[in-house]
Write a protein of this length. Structure first.
Length: 412
């Protein structure tokens, strides 16, 4: 990089040519509620879901407050996040089966864990499966504390009159699982996941919220775990050929975790009749009418860097002063990535942009606005308008209403 171009790392952003509104609330929770109330007001005015997007710098801090706020307003959000497969019930099911098959002896807790994750036989009768938690807990109370082999557990459950016959059937199934070869691993887990899809997934739906977000995640997990099982067949075969693993269920479990944590380089999202909530680094693919940007505070966007270089020295290198002209600057010193992402946000919105922030932490500490606000000439929404927006009637602020095409507006 030559000296004249060094300061291009912090070149000013071009202001947008569309209306920009600023909405400031007291806390992050208030901000999330106001954002989803604003989304609801757009929907009330006839704006389609596909024409609205909510953007944050980091979903880790905003997913839960936005999710809860969405439910309060009867809105279905879709978070553009990579599915954490290892934290899902279908993955926990196959992992717990590996645990039960791994040891020479196992205790009753390990024995019954697959049933807690809704193990179901392939020819199940839906009213009887999966086994309810009360029955599983009763079996835990009845069975002995000692660890036994699987065959010994078969004998114990068969001889006990107090153990449900379905638990006996599961233990017999465990005893008949073949040794772990690539083909048997695939066939065993394909059957397990298919049975979960038929019997376990409806259980999730039956206890889910009206938005069915848990059901959606569970369904995505079933699909991903089925794909994982196929990958596992090939990976296990390769590792066996290379003498990197043994024919053991513990090695199968370890390999399954390795495969599951190799996340694809894309975001996963689902149906179109929902509001997209995504991180700033995904906005470059976006072309949408109305974009709501949350979390524009000085501490979050741009993110403070972890550089150990003194600020004065960073500035000298950026300007190429004296001997520092031979040193290459680090782009993170100028928050270049966050600025680029914000530029993508400005370009993504076609008709209107709403920038939101909160003023204080839960402890009452002051939170300053992001310097990125300086790029835009904003029209602030007043506190009274925000309160009216968050009522059941969701009264649309005048500045927001002015963004809407005339044929979308409805009479109050």
């Amino acid at each position: 990089m030559t000296s004249p171009n060094r300061l291009a790392l912090s070149a000013p952003l071009e202001p947008p040519e569309i209306p920009v509104i600023e909405m400031a609330t007291r806390t992050r929770r208030d901000e999330a509620r106001s954002v989803m109330a604003l989304v609801g007001s757009f929907l009330d005015q006839g704006v389609p879901e596909r024409d609205i997007a909510v953007v944050v710098r980091n979903l880790e801090t905003y997913e839960q407050p936005l999710f809860r706020a969405a439910l309060q307003h009867g809105i279905t959000p879709v978070f553009w996040t990579q599915l954490r497969v290892t934290e899902t019930r279908p993955f926990a099911l196959i992992d717990s089966i590996c645990d039960a098959l791994s040891g020479e002896t196992i205790d009753k807790r390990i024995l019954l864990t697959p049933l807690e994750h809704r193990w179901t036989p392939t020819d199940c009768s839906e009213p009887d499966w999966p086994i309810d938690s009360k029955t599983i807990q009763e079996a835990k109370s009845t069975l002995s504390e000692e660890s036994h082999t699987i065959n010994k557990w078969v004998k114990r459950t068969t001889e006990s009159d107090d153990v449900d016959v379905r638990i006996e059937r599961f233990v017999h199934w465990l005893a008949n699982v073949p040794e772990p070869r690539p083909d048997t691993v695939a066939s065993v887990f394909h059957d397990v996941v298919d049975a979960y899809r038929r019997a376990g997934l409806p259980e999730t739906k039956a206890t889910d919220s009206p938005a069915l977000l848990d059901t959606e995640i569970d369904a995505r997990a079933v699909y991903r775990v089925k794909t994982l099982v196929e990958q596992l067949r090939h990976k296990f075969a390769d590792r066996l050929d290379e003498d990197m693993v043994d024919k053991s269920w513990s090695d199968v479990a370890e390999l399954a975790t390795v495969v599951a944590t190799q996340r694809p380089g894309r975001r996963e999202h689902s149906h179109a009749r929902a509001i997209d909530v995504l991180e700033a680094n995904d906005v470059w693919v976006l072309d949408v009418s109305y974009v709501i940007v949350a979390g524009l505070t000085a501490s979050e966007w741009p993110q403070e860097t972890d550089s150990v270089t003194q600020p004065e020295f960073e500035e000298a290198i950026l300007r190429g002063q004296g001997k520092t002209s031979k040193l290459a600057p680090d782009t993170s010193w100028t928050n270049g990535r966050d600025r680029d992402h914000f530029a993508d946000v400005l370009n993504a919105a076609a008709n209107g942009l709403i920038l939101t922030r909160y003023r204080e932490t839960n402890r009452g500490d002051v939170v300053h606005p992001s310097p990125l606000f300086e790029v835009c000439d904003t029209d602030p929404i007043g506190d009274d308008e925000i309160q009216s927006l968050r009522t059941p009637e969701r009264e649309v602020p005048a500045s927001v209403r002015s963004m809407l095409p005339a044929n979308l507006e409805t009479d109050d």
